[in-house]
Design a protein around this ligand. Structure first.
Ligand code: FAD
Length: 333
């Protein structure tokens, strides 16, 4: 079923989970087992990322297809539309449709790491995410429920030229995506709840009063990763959070994660309290890790209601330690 249908059938609270396709066969096996355990958290949907330019096309489609077939949870496949061929987009949509995947997160994409941004040529059909939203809706009508991205602190475009991030600058373009038929919106990760709350107000007043908006949160799994993810996403870290993670803890992942769980629980509670029913669900960027999320859900008074009691034990038993592989890839097994 579609995210829109499931959203309309619940008052929340609920969560949704983002995964990325692992590189190795073992990684894939581990992840499939983990995703199965994480269904104990009753996610409203799960999403599978897409490597910019189609670099993970095969792996993304494979993981999305297996998840859709085996997990009994609606799957949303991410798809980017720039620095790529139209054939890749067409093929991905066709295969996703055949696999009964009914949700697509329509994105523009970024330049490959370390490479220059190939500015989409004037003639290219896809310049911005809105072009992909229009394309999918024209070709498939409402067969696909389409989501788009939003940036509570503003998208980083132009930063290199000294243009500051400003959520207000993107708002018209976000409205354009919604007017083009987007059915739901997921935000970039953030750690400053006040910034999200002020964005949410603008969004409700100026973009849509009722379209589903999912705040995106990334658990703090290690100091290194937390800092790096915030930097890459251009998310600011409030001083109050920095103060809770002093330097002497930085190399102690267990300590950082435990404090991180408390921080995330407080963020979740604040979001629910202050949005008075306008936000029903929280989207978690899992980094393919389950431990911190299991703990956040268990500790959050709002989210703990979603746990299936008999499955809770599986979840906790099934998680192990986190190891940082080659300073870049995280594995938790
Ligand atoms: P757009 O909506 O096109 O916006 C990009 C920029 O262009 C913004 O600054 C906007 O203000 C501006 N803009 C938009 N429309 C216009 C217009 N008509 N005229 C002028 N300016 C305009 N990347 C991946 O590669 N794979 C993923 O799986 C992935 N998943 C993501 C999931 C989420 C929830 C989020 C928030 C991001 C994700 N990204 C992913 C990153 C995303 O591709 C980048 O952030 C990208 O830079 C912008 O994508 P967008 O869809 O928001 O673009």
């Amino acid at each position: 079923s579609t995210i829109k249908q499931r959203y309309e059938s619940t008052d929340g609270p609920f969560i949704s989970l983002e995964f990325f396709p692992p590189k190795t066969k073992l990684g894939k096996q581990n992840l499939t087992a983990r995703m199965t355990r994480m269904t104990a958290l009753n996610p409203l949907f799960i999403t599978i990322t897409w490597g910019a330019g189609g670099t993970t096309a095969k792996k993304t489609l494979e993981l999305a297809t297996v998840a859709q077939r085996e997990l009994n949870v609606p799957v949303c496949m991410h798809l980017t539309c720039t620095n790529t061929n139209k054939e890749i987009i067409d093929e991905a949509l066709k295969l996703a449709h055949e696999a009964d995947i009914r949700n697509i997160l329509a994105l523009r994409g970024d330049p490959p790491v370390g490479e220059e941004w190939e500015t989409p040529s004037e003639s290219s059909e896809f310049q911005h995410a809105v072009d992909l939203v229009r394309y999918i809706k024209e070709k498939y009508n409402d067969d696909f429920c389409v989501g788009v991205a939003a940036y509570p602190e503003g998208h980083c475009e132009g930063e290199a030229d000294g243009v500051a991030q400003d959520p207000r600058r993107d708002l018209g373009f976000l409205k354009e995506k919604v007017d083009a038929g987007a059915d739901f919106v997921i935000t970039q990760l953030f750690y400053d709840v006040e910034k999200f709350l002020s964005f949410e107000q603008m969004f409700r007043n100026e973009v849509s009063a009722d379209i589903p908006l999912f705040p995106g949160l990334m658990p703090i799994n290690s100091y290194l990763l937390f800092n790096r993810a915030a930097k890459l996403s251009h998310a600011s870290i409030p001083q109050a959070i920095r103060d809770r993670l002093p330097q002497e803890y930085h190399s102690d992942d267990n300590k950082v994660r435990a404090i991180g769980v408390d921080i995330l629980v407080e963020m979740v509670e604040e979001i629910y309290k202050r949005t008075e029913g306008r936000i029903k669900g929280i989207h978690f960027y899992t980094l393919n890790l389950e431990k911190a999320i299991a703990q956040i859900v268990t500790k959050s008074p709002s989210l703990s209601k979603i746990l299936e009691e008999d499955k809770e034990d599986d979840l906790v038993e099934g998680v192990g330690e986190i190891a940082l592989v080659d300073g870049n890839t995280l594995e938790e097994d």
